[in-house]
Design a protein around this ligand. Structure first.
Ligand code: AMP
Ligand code: MG
Length: 385
């Protein structure tokens, strides 16, 4: 799937966005260091700038230098300058002795430790020399990325425009959230969860009106959806008589890359391309829609937003109680991960229509298809929510 999207994607145009609005956006160009970082040799500790050759021994303190200042003059053999973290290293010195490692009397400091040239000094340009790439095109800007942009003086950054992702829920039983459903009807929760997932993956969600399970309605809605950069459908991809999404997509000369995956929830998942646009037909049960988005569509949204990669957040934790399942499919069960990330407890759930269980979970337990049971205390894979 990633291969197809990578090969077939059309990257959105770039736009310049203000630094403070760039979190989560994807860089469209490499960002270069505007000067050496650090711009001059800098002390990494509070202590004394010295000449290593004078130690072990005693030297005379001739002044001080703090961050934001420079020491005037040069330091000679037998001399030291008191220095604060981040301050420029005075000319003539080649190492820093930590304040904790000296004994002092009057203007003299002493240490019986050997001192190596370069100790606790960050040399000019050691982090990023001027002109080097500090952030790569295709990387998603997180808080550290914003710090880097700020460091190199970028008040505006070139990022890709967000891809437009159309969301199309299907189903005769589905009503809008602001409607009062009859007993046999269900409010449209999938468009809400998908819009939030799309936004988190870096896309701009466009919720289309719910399509009824007729060829005409589904056809018209899909035509509209294929005008976006990516189309996400929910429902209508199982084997039922009114599951017509695949048939209607076929009318659009769709190329289908797969229409089933060996996971649960989410088996009948359709992925393909029509009219040059990728689409996913996600199964309609809310848990299936959420999980298949996370496992498949999320990466597609990320790639279409220009990101070069989008790894899944998988970790491992110990089960707090025994767990078993029927082998054959990889299962994703709503679960609660302890605050330190070490322990995982499956939440009870009533199957893939149980929105409450999904909302209460903060992670998913991943049960591999070849194993049947896990004891309390066993390590198990966990997908972060
Ligand atoms: P389907 O995949 O169309 O067979 O839908 C399976 C089940 O998922 C339906 O019976 C509904 O209970 C539920 N469902 C489908 N679409 C939605 C939706 N947009 N919001 C909430 N539940 C849905
Ligand atoms: Mg349906």
């Amino acid at each position: 799937m990633l291969r197809e999207v990578r090969a077939g994607r059309v990257l959105p145009p770039a736009e310049l966005v203000a630094l403070h609005d760039c979190a989560g956006r994807v860089l469209a160009e490499d960002i270069l260091a505007d000067r050496d970082y650090p711009p001059l040799a800098r002390s990494a500790r509070d202590g004394f700038a010295v000449r290593a050759a004078d130690f072990p021994g005693s030297v005379r303190v001739i002044g001080e230098v703090r961050a934001g200042d420079r020491f005037q003059g040069a330091v000679q053999a037998g001399e030291a300058v008191e220095i604060m973290t981040g301050a420029p290293v005075p000319d003539g010195t080649d190492s820093i002795i930590m304040v904790e490692h000296i004994t002092g009397e009057g203007a003299a400091i002493t240490t019986d430790r050997p001192v190596k040239s370069g100790d606790f000094i960050n040399l000019r340009g050691c982090e990023s020399p001027r002109g080097s790439v500090v952030l790569r095109a295709g990387s998603r800007l997180d808080y550290a990325g914003l710090a880097m942009l700020a460091t190199v003086g970028r008040t505006l950054a070139p990022v890709y425009r967000k891809p437009r992702v159309a969301i199309l829920a299907t189903g005769d039983e589905i009503v809008d959230v602001d409607e009062l459903p009859m007993e046999h009807q269900i409010r449209n929760s999938n468009s809400a969860s998908l819009a939030a997932q799309v936004a988190r993956a870096g896309g701009s969600a466009l919720i289309l009106p719910v399509a009824r399970d007729t060829y005409k309605a589904t056809r018209e809605s899909i035509a509209l959806g294929l005008q976006a950069d990516l189309l996400l459908l929910s429902g209508g991809v199982s084997a039922g008589k009114y599951d017509i999404v695949e048939k209607v997509l076929a009318e659009f000369d769709a190329e289908f890359f797969f229409d089933r995956v060996l996971i649960q929830p989410g088996q009948p998942l359709v992925f393909g391309r029509a009219g040059g646009k990728f689409f996913f037909g996600l199964p309609g049960n809310p848990a299936s829609t959420m999980i298949t988005f996370e496992l498949f569509a999320r990466a597609a949204v990320a790639l279409l937003s220009g990101a070069s990669e989008s790894p899944l957040h998988l970790l491992q934790a110990r089960l707090t109680r025994e767990f078993r399942h029927r082998p054959g499919l990889t299962r994703f069960l709503p679960a609660v991960l302890s605050i330190d990330g070490s322990q995982i407890t499956p939440t009870g759930w009533q199957g893939s229509g149980d929105v409450g269980a999904m909302a209460r979970a903060n992670a998913f337990l991943v049960a591999e298809p070849e194993r049947e049971s896990w004891a309390a205390g066993d390590l198990m894979r966990v997908l972060a929510k």
